[in-house]
Design a protein. Structure first.
Length: 629
């Protein structure tokens, strides 16, 4: 992160600060300049990379101007006429002039032991003086030839005022401490973990070791030691925890791997995504296997099932100023033509905010009847947001897991009454700039007086915190260049009946979500066509149920083996088998698959019930294979 240099440093590089490597005597000091190739400089735990030589003069280290000022997070102005570097960090100014042992610190003259100098058309200055006058603590280790600089205030090497962000299972935390990377490993203070995960605690012990407990797992870290006790057993790590500003920094990848989870650090955004699966998901992941699978056949019959209809708000998926030019907009809408007193709806949304500002998205209902009030008799759902590009994992899997496990959160909108002509908010979501949101909400509405209700469901957006109920416009035009779905359809569930499988028959496979039999949500049959509709062949927001009859005429108990593989692209999702839900990890086409737990068949005729929810992608079919083990 410290390897970026401005073009101007090729013209004038100021050797900023020099560190006294040891307590050398005056007689040992020399004005001769030496190149120091074996010195390592760490600033707040991160190694500084310098393209130009690090120099030693009079037993002090000197660095190039631009490299050092950028590393400590200071802005610098080089005055060629006076050969002066004027730098500012955290409102403190330090002015250094070539060959002068007098500095100006906040306008006051301060004597220096060594002066800046020019070396091969580069400007060099003493490292210790600059670091300490910008509020840093400097330590020299002569054994390892390492300089460790701890700077308080704004984090060095990063734009001022731009905080580090930690996401723990989609909980967003603005950090007061930096994320530190050493040898490509990320470290964070342990308190951010145990303060934001349930059933967790942490304590600094008298011997300066740190005990971290998470959901029954105990870690005992010792500063600068790669040995850690995990549930009282010694484990050797590649990383070494360390203390900084009174806090124990622990290797977060080691913790996450030990608990079962995933980790990603997006350095240019200063955002760390930490997932511990036992907190994030109700279900466990199926183990991935490697190998090819045969070409499956098509599903012979599939049909829409159930009385819960579906509104998809996924176009425009990428929200741009061109597509959303005004402060407020309707993203999708559905004018309900009720056929009964009670009506069930599902709203699925997926939007990426590139509008340059934080926005609010909401689900609203406008009662368009002039006589009949309506009541929200049930309202529940789930939502996830992320600034990560792993949207299938961050958003899609969490929604699929919650849906198949019936783990929706109740909404406060349950029980509200909407009078004729009135509009009310069902659910709202704050969406940060450059973040993606996915939401799925089930909504049941009935007429208060038993008549026929009339209303419009919308997903709406405001850039300026307008009242969401005031947004009654038609949906913005679709983004024709990105064929993400938008529309409303009569059902949110598909049911497929597969042919009976007879035990000991050869393996057979069926493609779930294909163009022959189960593309039931088309552009043409959308119930909402205002400003355009696009079909939903990927079955986003839908439950896909499969009925698989089994026949066993052998008179013996048999074991049935099922496996799943992606067919149209990288696949992930959730599957429920006879009432138990499993998560399907990301599968690559043709090379990876998962096996479901074996099914013991005792009778002569039984039926396996499977239910799927896809976790993201374009048109992502999954194949089901069945055979006798």
């Amino acid at each position: 992160m410290f390897s970026k240099f401005k073009a101007s440093c090729m013209i004038t590089a100021v050797a900023l600060a020099s560190i006294l490597p040891g307590q050398a005597s005056a007689s040992a000091a020399s004005d001769k300049i030496h190149v120091k190739n074996n010195v390592s400089i760490n600033i707040n735990g991160e190694t500084l990379k310098v393209n130009d030589p690090i120099l030693n003069k009079s037993d002090y280290l000197f660095l190039p101007m631009r490299a050092l000022y950028e590393a400590v997070g200071a802005s610098v102005d080089w005055k060629k006429e006076t050969l002066t570097a004027s730098a500012i960090r955290n409102d403190k100014s330090v002015n250094l002039t070539i060959n002068s042992k007098t500095a100006l610190v906040d306008g006051q003259k301060v004597p220096m032991v060594v002066a800046p100098f020019m070396y091969k058309d580069r400007t060099y200055m003493p490292l210790r003086f600059v670091s300490e006058n910008f509020g840093g603590n400097v330590n020299w280790n002569p054994t390892t030839q390492t300089v460790d600089i701890s700077l308080s205030g704004e984090t060095p090497g990063k734009p001022q005022g731009d905080p580090y962000i930690l996401h723990i299972n989609n909980q967003r935390i603005v950090m007061e401490d930096p994320i530190i990377v050493k040898q490509s490993r990320s470290y964070i203070p342990a308190n951010y973990i145990y303060e934001n995960l349930e059933d967790s605690s942490g304590m600094l012990l008298p011997d300066q070791s740190f005990e971290l407990q998470i959901a029954g797992t105990s870690f005992l870290f010792k500063e600068n030691s790669n040995q850690v006790l995990v549930n009282d057993e010694v484990v050797i790590m590649e990383e070494k925890p360390f203390m900084q500003n009174g806090k124990m920094y622990v290797p977060i990848s080691f913790v996450v791997n030990a608990l079962g989870g995933n980790l990603r650090y997006i350095e240019d955004k200063r955002e760390l995504y930490l997932y511990v699966y036992q907190y994030m998901y109700t279900s466990s992941f199926l183990e991935k296997s490697y190998g090819s699978t045969s070409k499956p056949g098509i599903v012979p019959s599939a049909r829409l099932e159930g009385d819960r209809d579906l509104l998809i708000s996924d176009n425009p998926e990428t929200l741009t100023r061109k597509l959303i030019p005004k402060s407020n907009a309707t993203l999708a809408q559905y004018q309900v033509k009720a056929t009964s007193a009670t009506n069930k709806h599902r709203i699925f949304g997926w939007h990426y905010n590139t509008l340059g500002t934080d926005v609010q998205i909401g689900i609203t209902v406008q009662n368009t009847s002039s006589t009949e009030s309506i009541e929200v008799i049930d309202s529940k759902g789930t939502s996830q947001e992320t600034g990560n590009s792993w949207v299938g994992h961050d958003i899609g899997l969490t929604i699929a897991d919650a849906t198949l496990n019936d783990k929706f959160k109740k909404s406060s909108s349950k029980g509200i009454v909407i009078a004729p002509g009135e509009t009310k908010v069902i659910e709202s979501y704050d969406l940060l700039n450059d973040y993606i949101i996915g939401f799925l909400h089930d909504l049941d509405i009935q007429a208060v007086n038993g008549g026929t209700p009339a209303y419009t469901i919308r997903t709406v957006l405001t850039k300026d915190n307008s009242n969401l109920t005031s947004i009654l416009s038609d949906a913005v035009p679709i983004d024709a260049s990105a064929k993400h779905p938008r529309g409303a359809w009569t059902s949110s569930t598909i049911l497929a009946d597969l042919p009976a499988y007879t035990v000991d028959s050869p393996e057979v496979g069926y493609n779930i979500s294909n163009g022959s039999t189960d593309h039931l949500l088309t552009t043409e049959n959308s119930l909402s066509q205002i400003n355009g509709a696009i079909g939903n062949p990927g079955h986003f927001g839908m439950n896909y149920k499969v009925s698989l009859p089994l026949v066993n005429q052998t008179g013996k108990a048999k074991t049935i083996k099922l496996k799943l593989a992606g067919r149209g692209g990288i696949y992930s999702g959730a599957v429920k088998v006879n009432g138990k839900v499993y998560l399907v990890p990301t599968l690559r086409v043709g090379t990876e698959y998962v096996e479901l737990p074996d099914y013991k068949m005792q009778g002569s005729s039984e039926t396996l019930e499977l239910e799927f929810m896809h976790a993201g992608g374009v048109n992502l079919p999954v194949a089901i294979y069945v055979e006798t083990k």
